[in-house]
Write a protein that binds this ligand. Structure first.
Ligand SMILES: NC(=O)c1ccc[n+]([C@@H]2O[C@H](COP(=O)([O-])OP(=O)(O)OC[C@H]3O[C@@H](n4cnc5c(N)ncnc54)[C@H](O)[C@@H]3O)[C@@H](O)[C@H]2O)c1
Length: 373
């Protein structure tokens, strides 16, 4: 049995623990006791995860709480909308809450982002706990307090920083996650190695198949190392005024690919990120700040595990350079329309690269065979 790992996200009075290990939900009462005892709790999940886990989890923690409510939202990205946010707020207010009520987000990144934002805004901020059930949520979205929903103008444009009180990452829950979703979450694990820990990337090159087949020692280590890296960066730069931006290695490309695909489910976030990582390394090589051998290693690993490593490999097909650039300009890192990219000097050493010109990007994309329309 893998030991339970504990990481602290160090944010002074807002610090919180992340517990990582198999079968943690079965002992949820032990882990959550300090945070929910003698308080009202509302568990929010989606229509896929709820039927799998909500019943047994509810039974386990009911004796601790004064009152317990269960709510569900439809599974999928569409629930990160103003209308879903509004419905959920109204449902919670209809149940009746007070300032000590705790919301529990039991689900993937969609549930975590939505419930976190609801918690940030109800009564001007109430406590919430993250129980991430997808790999992406366990290694990335549950950590760091970014919460929010999508707007017509773009993804995650409405939101708030609101840190959870606790994260319980039960790696056994990943056994029911569809393989494609698992692989999508794995792309974020690769991102950590590439942006700041070359040794971890080498470990992934050796151990990826054990990670993806959910061998507990390896999956727990991969989740732990990812959370450690994110916790460290968040503790240094909670609201992304500096180094937190490095977490976006490959993501400016990825967000544009997702926008082109109109978030219609053909392209998962991690798949877009994987293609973005490949392109970030290629762009870094084109700018002569990174050796081609490093880019080749990244492409080889992404292809070996079965992730897209380039835009041309995406199901969304090829969009025109002008369309991609239009979407990149909407990126939250863009300031006054100037493009900033997270690029890389080598595997394990990402860097912020401001003032990327449209011409430079157009030349890069055209060299990659993307249509210049
Ligand atoms: N807040 C952040 O810092 C941050 C970071 C990265 C991504 N995100 C957001 O995260 C979202 C994507 O998260 P996601 O990939 O977890 O998507 P998701 O929450 O939609 O989950 C993916 C699918 O897997 C299902 N699922 C989840 N866990 C399961 C399990 N254990 N067993 C069976 N099915 C399961 C869900 O019901 C859903 O259908 C996006 O909205 C993205 O913007 C946020």
């Amino acid at each position: 049995m893998s030991p339970v790992e504990k990481i602290i996200v160090g944010l002074e009075e807002r610090s919180y623990p992340i517990f990582i290990g198999p079968d943690l939900l079965k002992e949820a009462d032990t882990y959550l006791a300090d945070f929910i005892s003698d308080r009202q709790v509302i568990i929010i999940s989606d229509t896929i995860i709820g039927p799998l886990y909500q019943g047994s989890f509810t039974k386990k923690i009911t004796p601790l709480c004064t009152r317990l409510g269960n709510l569900f939202v439809p599974a999928g990205e569409a629930s990160k909308s103003l209308s879903a946010y509004n419905t959920l707020c109204e449902e919670i207010l209809n149940i009746g809450i007070d300032r000590k009520t705790v919301l529990i987000a039991l689900g993937g990144g969609v549930i975590g982002d939505l419930v976190g934002f609801v918690a940030a805004s109800l009564l001007r901020g109430i406590d919430f706990i993250q129980i991430p059930t997808s790999l992406l949520a366990q290694v990335d979205s549950s950590v760091g307090g970014k919460t929010g929903i999508n707007a017509t103008a773009g993804k995650n444009l409405i939101g708030a920083f609101h840190q959870p009180k606790l994260i319980l990452a039960d790696t056994s829950l990943l056994s029911t996650l569809p393989k494609r979703e698992l692989l999508s979450g794995y792309a974020e694990i690769v991102t950590y190695g590439l942006l700041g820990d070359a040794e971890f990337f080498s470990w992934l090159e050796e151990n990826w198949s054990n990670v993806l087949s959910l061998k507990q020692d390896q999956i727990v280590f991969a989740v732990k190392r990812s959370c450690e890296m994110k916790a460290d960066i968040v503790a240094k730069d909670e609201t992304e005024t500096g180094i937190r931006a490095l977490l976006n290695l490959g993501h400016t490309f990825a967000h544009a690919f997702e926008a082109v695909g109109r978030y219609n489910g053909d392209l998962l976030h991690g798949e877009a990120v994987a293609a973005g990582l490949g392109l970030a390394f290629d762009f870094s090589v084109a700018k002569q700040i990174c050796k081609p051998e490093d880019a080749l290693r990244v492409h080889a690993h992404l292809m070996e595990v079965g992730l897209p490593d380039d835009y041309s490999a995406l199901p969304a097909g090829k969009a025109a350079v002008s369309t991609l650039i239009k979407h990149m300009k909407k990126d939250k890192k863009a300031i006054a329309g100037n493009l900033t990219f997270i690029l890389t000097h080598k595997i394990g050493e990402a860097c912020v690269m401001p003032n990327i010109s449209e011409n430079e990007l157009t030349t890069f994309f055209m060299a990659k065979g993307v249509n210049h329309v």
